[in-house]
Design a protein around this ligand. Structure first.
Ligand code: 13P
Ligand code: SF4
Length: 310
């Protein structure tokens, strides 16, 4: 890339030329969030992907998110700035193993968390996100038997909230599983007025300490409405950019993880850069391609979710 190029100006030009829209997840780099047409959580992003009239969707997020957009809008070009932007949670549930697992429970309905491959969605009855998982389980009859995957932590949280007995797949997110209970307790002690907010992909003992549990959009909304001035935030730290923008006077402290680098960035989300975004829009690559049969089978479970959450 020519170093004298004003990437933001060029991206905006290309966006107009190609009738493209940029959708970004809250975990993206601040400069990507700032150039996006829409920033949101997984539910908001799928709703936006389903209704956009753009010809090209640039998905600044990870692979499963771009796939979901492609499933909802198969005739559109869906671009992902870095094709290697995957997801540890999605990787923790290979579809061929899940198909075998599912065979053991033939009378169960399958709810999958959106953080999974298109092939896994194709094996599901309903998809959900962290913001509607409880609502979706509660929309089903109380005697309905349910398999929930791939996130065991969100699954355990939904079980607790609904009192339903879900069969869980044993998957997890590498970012949300490394928070240190001890270090969070120390931080709470040194900031006694701070509220502790957490994403339901965190482990049960972390959620048990939280003043609020919710999706990224839910956490953001909570910090806007709540009167406190300080928050300890247990999710990927990219969300703090929007929290800070929405409440400039408040203080947001990333919850400390157990790892040596003390960092809770998602290495997959952070693969996307402004340069890659510019290149993908310019050359229309990498584009998401999915098998037509997979699209056909995965569409209904996602649409069921959108209908329930409309
Ligand atoms: P939400 O933004 O839907 O809460 O999802 C969090 C996440 O881990 C996305 O990868
Ligand atoms: Fe996947 Fe976790 Fe990264 Fe979200 S934060 S994309 S669930 S690895």
């Amino acid at each position: 890339i020519d170093p004298t190029l004003d990437l933001i100006e060029e991206i905006n030009k290309l966006k107009k030329e190609k009738n493209a829209v940029i959708l970004a997840h809250y975990y993206q780099e601040p400069e990507i969030q700032d150039i996006a047409d829409y920033i949101g959580d997984s539910l908001g992003l799928s709703q936006e992907a389903a209704k956009t009239d753009a010809d090209v969707i640039v998905f600044a997020g990870v692979h499963f998110m771009a796939e979901t957009a492609k499933i909802l809008s198969p005739s559109k070009k869906v671009l992902l700035p870095d094709a290697h932007a995957g997801c540890s949670l999605s990787d923790s549930c290979p579809p061929h193993l899940f198909a075998k697992f599912k065979e053991q429970y033939p009378d169960h309905l399958v709810i999958t968390y959106v953080n999974c491959t298109a092939e896994l969605k194709a094996l599901s009855d309903i998809v959900c996100t962290s913001s509607n998982a409880v609502e979706i389980v509660e929309s089903l009859p109380v005697d309905q038997k349910i398999i929930f995957g791939p996130d065991r932590n969100l699954g355990a949280y939904v079980k607790k909230k609904t009192g339903r007995d879900l069969v869980l797949w044993n998957g997890a997110c590498m970012v949300h599983e490394i928070f240190s209970q001890e270090k969070i307790q120390q931080l709470m002690h040194s900031h006694p007025t701070a509220k502790f907010i957490a994403h339901p992909e965190c482990e049960d003992h972390i959620l048990a300490m939280a003043d609020y549990v919710g999706s990224t959009a839910g956490m953001l909304k909570f910090t806007q409405k709540d009167p406190s001035q300080k928050y300890i935030v247990a999710t990927e730290s990219g969300i703090i950019h929007q929290m800070q923008k929405a409440s400039p006077g408040k203080q947001f402290i990333p919850a400390p993880p157990n790892n040596a680098c003390a960092c809770n960035d998602c290495p997959h989300m952070k693969l996307n850069t402004l340069e890659k975004l510019y290149n993908c829009l310019k050359y229309e690559l990498p584009a998401i391609e999915l098998d037509a049969q997979v699209i056909a089978a995965a569409q209904r479970p996602i649409e069921r979710m959108l209908e329930i959450s409309a």
